[in-house]
Ligand binder design. Structure first.
Ligand SMILES: *[C@@H]1O[C@H](CO)[C@@H](O)[C@H](O)[C@H]1NC(C)=O
Ligand SMILES: CC(=O)N[C@H]1CO[C@H](CO)[C@@H](O)[C@@H]1O
Length: 238
């Protein structure tokens, strides 16, 4: 009798476990199809063809990320952005001795990962891309207001998205996180919209000084590039 009850209970618990597993699988397979439409804080005009919502993120799952990357790489927009980075931004950083092949670089607001890809092509192997929406294989999800990296983890923090800073929910928080994750003496390289006052941008970075600024064209959109250097100890007078 006792043994019979135990066997029965065993059977019941196995059945319940099976039901729970099936329910979980159901949840997992459906969770990504309920997408919320709404742009990330800095949904951009210049990256319009790339996915910017979780709906797009969900529909992307059927595509092999590497095939998709190969396709994107051959698009004129991607090539223009890569060219702008490798002929304008990277050489400046190198001349200032802020970028080397061994540098660890974080690309924030990385979109589909053009900057990460351009860094790889330029021989910088250790480049990490993050954005509000993950985009494998080059970009994973992270909130720029709360970056999941240690203090001083990177030699360079780069954003080639002109709307990233000014379109951020909290620009000062965005700036503080970029500064926190870059090492002392390292660089923050930012594209900003051309009408934005440089001193306004500089004032957001409490521990860094502007090392270079110039007007650049990133795949057709006029932007200003700014390179800030995180001071070896906070000597900035403000
Ligand atoms: C960029 O161009 C604008 C005019 O379009 C000019 O006012 C500004 O000073 C330039 N910025 C830099 C850093 O050269
Ligand atoms: C150059 C220099 O003095 N750097 C120091 C700045 O402050 C940090 C932390 O407070 C030190 O770790 C650096 O050595």
């Amino acid at each position: 009798m006792d043994g019979h009850v135990r066997r029965l209970l065993n059977r019941v618990s196995i059945a319940l476990a099976a039901v729970a597993t099936a329910a979980l699988l159901q949840i997992f397979s459906h969770s990504s199809s309920s997408c919320f439409v709404g742009s990330p804080a800095y949904s951009s005009l210049s990256l319009a063809p790339f996915p910017r919502t979780s709906c797009d993120a969900a529909s992307r799952r059927v595509v092999d990320p590497n095939l998709r990357l190969a396709k994107l790489r051959s698009s004129p927009r991607w090539r223009r952005r890569s060219a702008a980075l490798s002929t304008s931004v990277f050489p400046r950083l190198r001349r200032l001795r802020l970028l080397r092949r061994s540098s660890r670089v974080l690309c924030v607001a990385a979109g589909a990962g053009q900057a990460v890809d351009a860094l790889h092509v330029a021989g910088v192997g250790d480049a990490t891309g993050v954005d509000l929406v993950d985009f494998p294989p080059l970009v994973r999800r992270a909130d720029p207001h709360n970056l999941p990296f240690f203090d001083g983890a990177f030699d360079v923090v780069l954003s080639d998205e002109p709307m990233a800073l000014t379109g951020a929910l909290f620009p000062s928080r965005f700036a503080a996180e970029a500064e926190r994750t870059v090492r002392w003496g390292g660089a923050i390289a930012l594209a900003i919209e051309r009408h934005i006052d440089l001193s306004t941008v500089a004032s957001l970075f409490k521990k860094s000084r502007v090392a270079a600024a110039w007007n650049a064209t990133l795949d057709g959109s006029a932007a200003t590039m700014v390179i800030l250097r995180k001071n070896s100890n906070n000597t900035k007078q403000h």
